[in-house]
Design a protein around this ligand. Sequence first.
Ligand SMILES: [Zn+2]
Length: 255
Amino acid sequence: MKFECDIDFAAGYKSQQQISRVLSEQWFGVNGYCLACESDQLFPTPANTQASDFSCRNCEQIYELKAFRIKPKNRLVDGAYSAMISRIKSGSAPTLLLLERTDSWRIQGLTAVHHLFLTPEIIEMRKPLSSMARRAGWVGCNIRLDTIGPDAQISLVSSGVPVDRRIVREKFQEFERLKNIPVRQRGWTTFTLGIIRNLQCTEFSLNDVYLRERAFATAYPNNHNVRAKIRQQLQVLRDLGYLEFHGYGQYRLLI
Ligand SMILES: [Zn+2]
């Protein structure tokens, strides 16, 4: 994997946005690979395809590439709100690839946000563009990265060093099991997993999760029986093979 971008490809482009797009796509086209299968080549999708920049011809996994000097921690600005929601509901949300680079276009980081962690709950509607705007009334969205658990974010390059792609693919596959959970319920499952991960210990009790009840209530203000929902989600996570029940309200995280 080569980490210097070839800035000659940006010759003739003036806007920073275009330069960023051209250089990041060029770099990723050469160095990117599929996380969902063994294919080491991804192909750019036609320029007018909404929110999908690369795809795998072997397994049809789709990827949306975004480049940053420093990637955002909380809100990731994305395209049209309605398009993203319908893609999530139809099971065709892209895996996001967040590329970080230096001022001189050396690649520092590449993080994938697993597509099955994109649920309607984490997509925030932005204010419609004002009547003065060229696309008046258009509604974009933010992806709330701060509400996605750490498992959703898979490192491919960290501090300028590549992670073994076998490890990257294993981690990606581990979460493909979430496909078995219908999208309208999956937000609860991924949120619960995020809460457990943030306990930062492999063994924990039901009470440890109950202590985070307020976080669940804030995320799901319309649910009035959060504890029952927590117990249900622990069962879901167990059935997915992510947790083991040890009896007497004791659990072990297996991933
Ligand atoms: Zn593939």
